[in-house]
Design a binder for this molecule. Sequence first.
Ligand code: CP
Length: 315
Amino acid sequence: MQHFRNVQDVPDIQALVDLAFACKQDPRHLHGLGTGKTLGMVMLNPSTRTRISTQLAARHLGMEVVVFNADKDGWALEFGEDVIMNGTTVEHIREAAPVFGAYFDVLGLRSFPALQDAAADQSESILQQFVRYSGVPVVSLESATLHPLQSLADLMTIQALFQEKRKPRIALSWAPHMKPLPHCVANSFAQWITAWGGADFVIAHPEAYALDPAYTAGAEIVHDQQKALQGADFVYVKNWSATEPYGTMPCSDPSWMLHLDRLDITNNAHVMHCLPVRRNLELGADILDSTHSVVVQQASNRVWAAQAVLSQLLN
Ligand code: CP
């Protein structure tokens, strides 16, 4: 694996999941692979879980880690081509990325979409310029459209909890929110679950919130949450902003928020969320405080997912 930006960078999904489980069983699995190697984590946006779990993972492998809060502590970066830099940006990515590449053996990048222009976000321009100009393996710590480390941890969580011979039924359900959020977690979860192919997968959202078909092909898509929840073994709850018009929030219907009673028609479903979650806005506290919630398991699996990915990039 040269870079880790999306599921297409992964030659064998199940082998990577199995490697993550091996790391979970023995955190010192592959320890020493990272000796003398440095991970640089360039953070253009806030993070709790990704920031901490990736550092822990790198240290388990023996790597040194530098976290650079580029959004707060660095010179404002310019990503435009052929620009005259007479505005607020101070340093171009064409100089900054090779400098990072000179300092670090592996580079992590956290960036968010602007949610202004779908084509611009889909181009993944910021992530791709880090890849193009740094000259070292790049791991996405969440980008404009995807969050692959989260999805790998989510797939681990599903496989750990579901041991039956049949395929699990997994529902991804849109949830209300107070502000328009990126599509990354939902896109990425859909991309990984469909690429894995081991589930009956349904996505429920209000009209105007259709995800990019590039990520959802193979999933059943409904606008009736009840239909999606029927018989579900897992319900992944997540808000994302609309695609029509892009980046807006035309519907914030609170009836889409799940409470415990809504789970009656599921197969005693495990309820997932990537966190952070806004209680009683996005997801009912009665679910988060119940044994249905597996959000902490998901977050803890982030360490082992990152350890597996970093080990492959070091290889
Ligand atoms: N789920 C997730 O990526 O969490 P953070 O935003 O805290 O990193």
